[in-house]
Design a protein around this ligand. Structure first.
Ligand code: G3H
Length: 251
């Protein structure tokens, strides 16, 4: 039985004041004990958020990390060890916005995945196809290629301490959520692909859906057999909405 995980990716949103308010409002929400809840604020807010949620069960993750683990002359970079040092327990790697806007390649993402695990962080490997790739019938092939960049390089066992987030690029921030059937289809195929290497790892692996998840569609998505929660962008900036999404992942 996999514990659901609902993760709020705040992207480049928020100020000291608005984040404090958001967390105060989130503290008034009933979050189910059987669901893991994580928030991924911008880098400069990680410590403040960590301090504010310290007495709760909410964990804090970062949106990215450097490929290099050891300290060094890398202006502007933040290592996974530094993220662990300030209390992060998770980190996103390979979010489509970084793949597209920062030209992150599968090989760079694999190195970030390695750095994250070496620092004791849980990497959330984000995968997903563009609309053109889906229309060309390439959705599964793209997702498998993105997963294999880690799986073939490192072996299946690394997924025992990782999370995969399937986020079709065309559904991110667009309001165009994948249907529960479309999402379940890819999730099931991701799990089958991992199972072809290790049934045990596949069974325990949490695969999140991301892409215009809202309170209104979360329950239907999370009811699918291979959807173990969500990676939520825009809707995680609203405490009531995010609280409702977390509750939808509960029993
Ligand atoms: O990381 C989160 C995803 O990019 C989804 O964002 P969204 O919920 O705003 O579509």
């Amino acid at each position: 039985m996999r514990r659901p995980l609902v993760a709020g990716n705040w992207k480049m949103h928020g100020t000291c004041a608005s984040i404090k308010l958001l967390l105060n409002e989130l503290a008034t929400q009933v979050l189910p004990a059987e669901v893991d809840v994580a928030v991924f604020p911008g880098l400069v807010y990680l410590q403040a958020v960590g301090a504010q949620v310290a007495q709760s069960d909410i964990v804090v993750g970062a949106q990215d990390c450097a490929v290099q683990l050891e300290e060094g002359a890398l202006t502007g970079e933040t290592s996974a060890l530094q993220l662990a040092d300030i209390g992060c327990s998770m980190v996103l790697v390979g979010h489509s916005e970084r793949r597209q806007l920062q030209d992150e390649t599968d090989s760079v993402i694999c190195r970030k995945f390695i750095a994250a695990q070496a620092a004791g962080l849980t990497p959330v490997l984000c995968v997903g196809e563009t609309l053109a790739e889906r229309e060309a019938g390439q959705a599964l092939a793209v997702v498998q290629r993105q997963i294999d960049a880690v799986l073939v390089e490192l072996g299946v066992d690394v997924f025992a301490k990782a999370v995969i987030a399937y986020e079709p690029v065309w559904a991110i921030g667009s309001g165009l959520t994948a249907t529960p059937e479309q999402a379940q289809d890819i999730h099931a195929q991701i799990r089958a692909h991992i199972a072809s290497h290790s049934a045990g790892v596949a069974q325990g692996l949490r695969i999140l859906y991301g892409g215009s998840v809202k309170a209104a569609n979360a329950a239907e998505l999370f009811a699918q057999a291979d959807i173990d929660g969500g990676l939520v962008g825009g809707a995680s900036l609203n405490a009531k909405e995010f609280g409702a999404i977390c509750r939808a992942a509960g029993n």
